[in-house]
Write a protein that binds this ligand. Sequence first.
Ligand SMILES: Cc1cc2nc3c(=O)[nH]c(=O)nc-3n(C[C@H](O)[C@H](O)[C@H](O)COP(=O)(O)O)c2cc1C
Length: 187
Amino acid sequence: MASSPAGQEQRIEARIWQELQRATRDRHHEWRTPVLASLGPEQQVDARTVVLRRVDIAGKVFEIYTDLRSAKVAAFRKHPRGLLHCWSKRLRWQLRIAVEVSVHDAGPYVEELWDQIKATAAAKDYLSPRAPGTLLSAGPGSSTEVAQPHCFCLLKASFIEMDWLALGREGHERARLSVDGWQWLVP
Ligand SMILES: Cc1cc2nc3c(=O)[nH]c(=O)nc-3n(C[C@H](O)[C@H](O)[C@H](O)COP(=O)(O)O)c2cc1C
């Protein structure tokens, strides 16, 4: 029996979220390292690769870790709107997820995450004595100095809407997932 269009849409949407969540657990998943785009304080467009740490499917929130002093934190504090871009060659799917990004640098959840990170090699990413992007006039080198306190912070990217593009040999498919539900688009 052929499935109804609504059934097909629900299945694709469920698969998208399932793949996004898998990406947080599977180091080889292409969606583990999406590109997060932002608008800087002076309206400058910027984008960088990040690691997708957690996806809350029910709340539609993506979690990313960063240094509190990084340029993206200042950018999102001024312009919370961002975009997560994911491409998977395996799935032949591109996602462009419009998000609202909030910065969390304190509170029990952030401290719980830091307690887990501080014992790992990744801790040094949040303990640099100088802010990311600072000019190193003496060139690269190892420093034993550490930032006190740590500069770990959590970015929570809340889903606004998504543009899904599926490449296919027979033809491409595209849809928008938003508060208006699923809308098919010309690819
Ligand atoms: C594979 C990969 C994963 C990365 N993951 C993160 C990350 O999870 N968080 C982060 O702040 N930077 C991450 N980076 C570094 C960023 O791409 C970027 O260089 C850095 O955060 C500074 O960006 P900003 O100046 O725009 O804030 C990653 C880079 C690569 C290549």
